[in-house]
Design a protein around this ligand. Structure first.
Ligand SMILES: [Fe+2]
Ligand SMILES: [Fe+2]
Length: 198
């Protein structure tokens, strides 16, 4: 089955799996991701599929999310990655990735990684993962993002876009008095060697 066909199948089941707001968010992420893929010379249908799938498991009971995420974690070459991915707020990513592989026969490792790490990212993440991560944070339904910041980010080369998006996440988390996920700080440090993050 090709990516466009899989996207149609996923899109058709989105409203059964997700609340209207989250289904709409997923479709906006899919659109932005497809368009950034086209810009970067990647297959836009891969971006669309990853965007549609990224929050596919977010409304499953936590126990089901954990079981699926554990399937993904068992397949990782580096077991040290798994503790990060099993955190409560993050595990819907690896869960969706495991579901795509198990129930939809997806074997595209870059796509599976992009879905798995979309919440907090990962140092060394590939272009598709960067695109899905940024689209998740920049899609036009994100009300805390103003349009000039969005347009500025979208006009940057991919790695600079990632850096600008992470800086936006850090600013927002701190303004809300929320703790920044250690993984986000590690990712930020990997992009800005020598820059203190605290
Ligand atoms: Fe998510
Ligand atoms: Fe999302």
């Amino acid at each position: 089955m090709d990516y466009a066909e899989l996207s149609r199948i996923l899109d058709a089941s989105l409203d059964d799996r997700l609340s209207p707001g989250r289904a709409a968010h997923s479709r906006r992420v899919a659109e932005m991701s497809a368009s950034l893929c086209a810009r970067e010379g990647l297959d836009p249908e891969r971006g669309r599929l990853a965007g549609l799938a990224h929050d596919f498991c977010k409304e499953l009971p936590k126990g089901e999310q954990r079981e699926l995420a554990a399937i993904y974690a068992r397949g990782l070459a580096d077991a040290s990655d798994s503790s990060t991915l099993m955190a409560d707020k993050v595990m819907h990513g690896p869960a969706a990735s495991a579901l795509l592989a198990r129930d939809y026969g997806v074997s595209d490792r870059e796509l599976l990684e992009a879905v798995a790490v979309h919440t907090v990212g990962k140092p060394g993440m590939g272009s598709l993962a960067v695109i899905v991560y940024c689209s998740d944070k920049l899609e036009p339904g994100r009300e805390r993002i103003d349009s000039s910041y969005r347009e500025r980010c979208l006009g940057l080369p991919l790695r600079d876009m990632l850096l600008a998006v992470i800086e936006g996440v850090l600013r927002w988390m701190r303004s809300q008095g929320k703790a920044v996920a250690p993984e986000t700080l590690i990712l930020y440090s990997s992009l800005t060697p020598g820059t203190p993050t605290k």
